[in-house]
Design a binder for this molecule. Structure first.
Ligand code: NAD
Length: 501
């Protein structure tokens, strides 16, 4: 059993509520640890600590701030196996994927540490003589980080490392289902000696702790990743205090397979993108759009491969598909099977919970599911299911494929398999998503490029890459006039010449 407290002002402290929240292993249903069930007073204490620490942290030179990230990156690297095993235990994804989740945090630590010596601004010519014009990035202040359970190490890293290198302090609330990993994450920052108050952890429920963070006037940025419904609520609540809000939300992504595609490659990619992480990735391929010429043989191969996938404990090397996060997820996924049934969709395989044996009998599993002959407007093709479920849609032309691809309320990731370079570039031009792939599935983004989506997926800001810094910085434009006289921008430009200098 792992027991953690909140981490506020450099100390591990219990919640003022005195209550605890249990964390369960989704493969077995067993309780594996507890964290505080925090209340708004705990958020208050964390924000006060972060606000006070900000005064000094903001003035700490960025290369020195970055030094903590290099050290924490090294620590994540040396703890990678243990962190990966805890990740599989608390969240469920199979161990190789869990190690990948940790690797993303390592990569982001080093990438953002490098920014400590860059954080580039801009120096531009002035329209006036003897005047200097430039812009630099300022930190924003206290940032509230609210994260989901599906990437419990990577997503906190995507948010926290750019926030810290840019000079902000943070209050971090991990998802309730993966609070132990959130606490372990912060423990590593504590071990590298991050100054008190720079990073604060408050565990607990979204409606209690998350809401208090979003409403808090001293939190100047909320970076939220989670469902679109909650994101919409976050944006509304944040409007009261006019804070900056970064939202990364749901997805309904598609892979298009054209008649001329490398079908073996497309099949491998569909299986990986639809059923990796038990379909619980925001970028999961929950739709597969098949051109008519290959639809029947591709469907048959996909169903055969899907039926053969081995479910089980993610720590076991034979397991290909782990559990889903909790009992409510099994119910939600199954509700979509019933919706599909009512809408007359063909069930090609799966469509029911899976019950393991022995310790796994209490786990939360769903059989990988393929729906066939789905119409693009049907609910299983429009709504995010967030489980090992994918819907097959048949089309005739590239134009139709792109139209179907773009016909959902979300806009995160799209992929096309084709050998026709013209078709590939047309698709890249016309996909309305934040991520686009050719001959690669919808999952597998790299940390050095912007990550995020459009429409119901995001509100325009991006995570990762240099774009990630936009969330955690504001621009300051600076003018230095060394002419010694009044120079009026936009007015005196014609009358002032270089000879007068
Ligand atoms: P969720 O919306 O239920 O919860 C996300 C976080 O918000 C959690 O920490 C939760 O406690 C908190 N929260 C809940 N209610 C809140 C409230 N009223 N105020 C403030 N915070 C609140 O999502 P989830 O189930 O943890 O994660 C799955 C969702 O996340 C899926 O929709 C998935 O697509 C999305 N996701 C998106 C991305 C992306 O980058 N676009 C990445 C991963 C996951």
């Amino acid at each position: 059993m792992l027991e953690y407290q909140n981490y506020i002002n450099g100390r591990w402290v219990p919640s003022r509520s005195g209550q605890r929240l249990e964390s369960r292993c989704p493969a077995t249903g067993e309780v594996i640890g507890t964290v505080p069930r925090s209340v708004p007073e705990d958020v208050e204490a964390a924000v006060a600590a972060a606000k006070s620490a900000y005064r000094k942290w903001r003035l700490t030179p960025a290369p020195r701030r970055a030094q903590y990230l290099y050290e924490v990156g090294e620590l994540f690297r040396s703890e990678k196996q243990a962190l990966g095993e805890l990740l599989t235990t608390e969240m469920g994804k199979v161990l190789p994927e869990a190690l990948g989740d940790v690797q993303e945090a390592i990569d982001m630590a080093f990438y953002m540490a490098g920014e400590g010596r860059r954080l580039f601004g801009a120096v531009v010519p002035s329209e006036m003589p003897n005047k200097w014009a430039m812009a630099c990035r300022d930190p924003v202040g206290v940032c509230g980080l609210i994260t989901p359970w599906n990437f419990p190490i990577a997503i906190p890293a995507w948010k926290m490392f750019p926030a810290l290198v840019a000079g902000n302090t943070v209050v971090f609330k991990p998802a309730s289902d993966t609070s132990l990993l959130g606490a372990r994450f912060v423990e590593l920052l504590d071990r590298v000696g991050i100054p008190p108050g720079v990073v604060n952890l408050v565990t607990g429920s979204g409606p209690t702790v998350g809401d208090a963070m979003v409403a808090h006037p001293d939190i100047r940025v909320i970076s939220f990743t989670g469902s679109t419904d909650v994101g919409r609520h976050v944006l509304r609540t944040a409007a009261e205090t006019l804070k900056k809000v970064h939202l990364e939300m749901g997805g309904k992504n598609a892979i298009i397979v054209m008649d001329d595609a490398d079908l073996d490659l497309a099949l491998d990619s569909v299986v990986w993108s639809a059923f990796g992480t038990s379909g619980q990735r925001c970028t999961a391929a929950s739709r597969v759009i098949l051109q008519r010429g290959i639809a029947a043989p591709f469907t048959a191969s996909l169903v055969e491969r899907t039926k053969a996938l081995r479910l089980g404990d993610g720590l076991s090397p034979e397991t290909e598909v782990g559990p889903v996060i909790n009992a409510a997820a099994v119910e939600k996924i199954h509700a979509y099977t019933e919706i599909a049934h009512r809408e007359g969709v063909a069930m090609l395989c799966g469509g029911e919970p899976w019950h393991g044996e022995g310790r796994l009998a209490g786990g939360f599993f769903y059989r990988p599911t393929v729906f066939g002959n789905v119409q693009p407007h049907q609910r299983v093709a429009q709504e995010e299911i967030f489980g090992p479920v994918t819907s097959l849609i048949t089309i005739d032309t590239l134009e139709e494929a792109i139209e179907v691809n773009n016909s959902v309320a979300y806009g995160l990731s799209s992929a096309i398999f084709t050998r026709d370079v013209n078709a590939a570039f047309r698709a890249l031009r016309d996909f309305d998503t934040g991520l686009a792939y050719v001959n690669h599935g919808t999952i597998g983004a790299e940390i050095q490029l912007p990550f995020g989506g459009n429409k119901g997926t995001g509100n325009g800001l991006r995570e990762a890459g240099l774009a990630g810094l936009e969330v955690f910085t504001v621009w300051k434009s600076i003018y230095v006039d060394y002419s010694g006289r009044l120079q009026r921008a936009q007015i005196d430009t014609d009358s002032v010449t270089a000879e007068e200098n």
